[in-house]
Structure formats: C-alpha cells, structure tokens
Ligand binder design. Structure first.
Ligand code: GLC
Length: 385
C-alpha cells in the first residue's frame, strides 16, 4: 500500500509523538510504502527520518495565511487572505504532483487543517482516507458547512479517546459512513520506566506546551501556596511556547512574572522544551496535568503513569478514560485552583499514597496503553480499508 502521511506541523507535541509510535510499528511492515509530507523542517522531521529512514519525506509548506488570518484586525486578515491565493494554489499543486508521482492509494491525516485539505485532494486522485483525530473538531459553522459540501468523507476515523469520537459523531455530516474507532495513545513501558533519582526534594512537575489552556498559571498559583508550607518542594515547568497563534505568545513571560511576584524564583524551574522526557519523569515525584478545557487525551499522563508517578489531572475530555480517580491517579475539576493545590498537597504529605497510586498507574499502563498494541490496531484499520 502506498501510504501518504499528512501533518500539520513539524513540532513535537503529543499528536506528533503518537504519530512517531505509529511510524515505528508501520515502518517494520514491508507491505507499506511510506511518504511523509510535513509543512516545514523541525524536530518531527528529524525523528521521523531516524525511525523510518526508508520513507520518502516531502516538504510542503502550509500557505502562511492559515495562522496569521486569525489576527484581530479584520482588514489585515482580508489582505492576508487576498495574498494567499497564489500560495494556496502552489500548495494544492504540490500535493497533486506528490499524489500522482507516488501513486498514493491511502492518505492518513493527522491534524485538523490536514483533515480539511485532504478532502480537497480527493479531486486529484481516488485514495482511501483515514483521519486520526487527536483533538476535538472545531464546531464553527463554516467548518461544518465545508464538511457538508463533501459527499464522501474519510473511510475511517480514529479518535484518541471516546470523548473525541463522540463529539465527532455529533458534528459529522449525516451522509458520511466512515468506520469509527477509538485507539488510545500508548507509550513504550521500557522507555518510560519507573525510577527516581536520589534526592531529598519533592519535585512536582507539569509537562506540556506553554499555552493558557494547559493551565500552567494554575500550577504556579498552587506552587506559590505550597512553597510556603513545604520547604522541600520544588516545581518544574517543562515545555515551551510553540504556536504563534494570536493570544498565545507572551504566555511564558506572564508565567515568569507570576513566579517573580510570588517570590518563588528559587523553587520553580523552567526547563524549556525537552525532547526526551524520561529523564524529567525520573526527577519527579508528582506529575500534574492542569488543562482548563477538556483534554482530548493527555499523552503526558500515560507517560508519567508508566514511570510510576502519582498523577493529578483535570477531569475533562479523555482524561477520565485513563485515570480512575483514587485508584491510579487523582482527578480534580478543570480550572479549580484550590482543588488542584489541595490534591498536590495531599500527595506531598502522603508518601504511601504517592507510591501506591504510582504502582497502580504503572499497572494500568501495562494493561491498556502499550505502544505495540497501539500501532497494530491502526495497521489493522488500514488493512481493512
Ligand atoms: C493532542 C491532544 C492531546 C493528546 C495528543 C495525542 O496533542 O491535545 O490531548 O494527548 O494529541 O493524541
């Protein structure tokens, strides 16, 4: 099968890391010829090349306006849209050439922009189409209208949680009949191993892109309160700003201001982007996930669980499908700073609880979320198309 992977960006976020897990499995299967289209150079490209050196990489930039058109000034947006016609034409043309020269018979798309453009590409070639939904689908009317314009949708839709799948089922055009399935993300339990570097500190860590909806500001609020109570507690913020979208830059400096005004500069470490997270988990005792809106899945949660860490996470989206509250982690309400800090406090105080949640968490990952299972499920879906 000549398979083309479409990707929204070359950064390394959760959905890209789950794609690398798939690539790892599928690249060992000689019945697939792989082509990977990426919009730019970046860590994802390097990792993909290392995992599947035999695959063909194509660099097809997204027309720039797709990001910048969200700017607040409507005149500027209009101007950007008007100047986007030529790049958009070139973009479509590059894909047309790629689809034909590589004789693509299946397209696997990862990311909303790619899902939408994959429908347009069907005009040039009749391929089987698989959408891997790693996010909730936008519900804005023009997106739904765009979907409805297409008689034929994807042949298969894979969601990273039942929450994401159910939301898609509701907004999907009624005349589409894809094969729908949930395939949970997974980790390699040998890479994400239990263990803790020797230390007298208690390290509480949050991992994820620095963006307001991931809730790092609530984490800092809890850190400010808990630093006073526990001199041995340290707080680690792992990740960086990635998206250039409106409203998302400047968040990192806002977080740094919060740390300064809370007087906890000596207790909080900003590590920046970290490619290999296993070392981060090995320095941590408690891992926090603080998303303010429903998290589609929450890949870092299973990474931390695999490393036998006690996890505090917010109850929304796919997260309750992973963590059973009080059994293999702790759930708190989204956006509730006092619940979040109370839950962290309990875990700082109770070593036994931390350890037993960690053990249960590891067992849960081993039974439900291992990567070999993940890629074989997706390969099976591709074979049945
Ligand atoms: C996206 C989602 C995240 C999920 C990841 C992998 O980044 O926001 O919740 O864990 O994809 O599916």
């Amino acid at each position: 099968m000549n398979l083309l992977f479409l990707h929204t960006s070359s950064i390394l976020g959760g959905s890209e890391r789950s794609f690398l897990d798939l690539l790892n499995g599928i690249s060992r299967d000689p019945s697939f010829e792989l082509t990977i289209a990426l919009p730019s150079d970046g860590p994802l490209r390097e990792e993909a090349q290392a995992i599947a050196p035999q695959s063909r990489l194509a660099r097809i930039p997204f027309p720039g306006y797709t990001e910048r058109a969200t700017q607040k000034n409507p005149w500027l947006s209009l101007l950007l849209l008007a100047t986007a016609a030529a790049p958009l034409g070139r973009y479509i043309q590059s894909y047309k050439t790629l689809l034909q020269s590589r004789q693509i018979d299946c397209v696997y798309s990862n990311g909303i922009k790619c899902h939408l453009s994959s429908l347009l590409l069907r005009r040039f070639r009749d391929f089987r189409l698989v959408w891997h939904l790693q996010d909730f689908f936008p519900t804005v009317p023009y997106v739904r209208a765009f979907l409805n314009l297409h008689k034929r949708g994807p042949d298969a839709v894979i969601a990273n949680s039942n929450a994401v799948l159910e939301q898609f089922r509701e907004i999907m055009p009624k005349h589409w009949t894809p094969n729908l399935s949930t395939v949970y993300n997974a980790v390699d339990p040998n890479t994400y191993q239990p263990g803790r570097f020797e230390s007298n500190e208690i390290v509480v860590t949050i991992v994820g892109m620095l963006t307001p909806w991931k809730g790092q500001h609530l984490f800092i609020q809890a850190a400010t309160e808990l630093s006073r109570l526990f001199p041995e507690a340290k707080f680690m913020i792992v990740g960086d700003e990635v998206y250039k979208t409106q409203g998302e830059t400047g968040y990192k400096s806002h977080l740094q201001d919060l740390v300064r005004s809370g007087g906890i500069e000596d207790r909080v470490e900003f590590t920046g982007f970290v490619r290999d997270l296993s070392g981060i988990y090995a320095r941590s005792d408690i891992v926090v996930h603080a998303s303010l809106k429903p998290e589609p899945f929450g890949r870092v949660i299973i990474e931390a669980m695999s490393c036998q860490k006690a996890v505090v996470a917010t109850r929304g989206g796919g997260v309750p499908e992973i963590i059973r509250d009080g059994v293999d982690g702790v759930l708190v309400d989204m956006g509730n700073a006092s619940q979040l800090s109370a839950a962290i406090r309990r875990l700082i105080e109770k070593k036994d609880l931390r350890e037993s949640l960690g053990r249960q968490a590891r067992a849960r990952v081993l039974s439900q979320f291992t990567s070999s299972h993940f890629s074989s499920q997706i390969i099976e879906i591709l074979r049945c198309l």
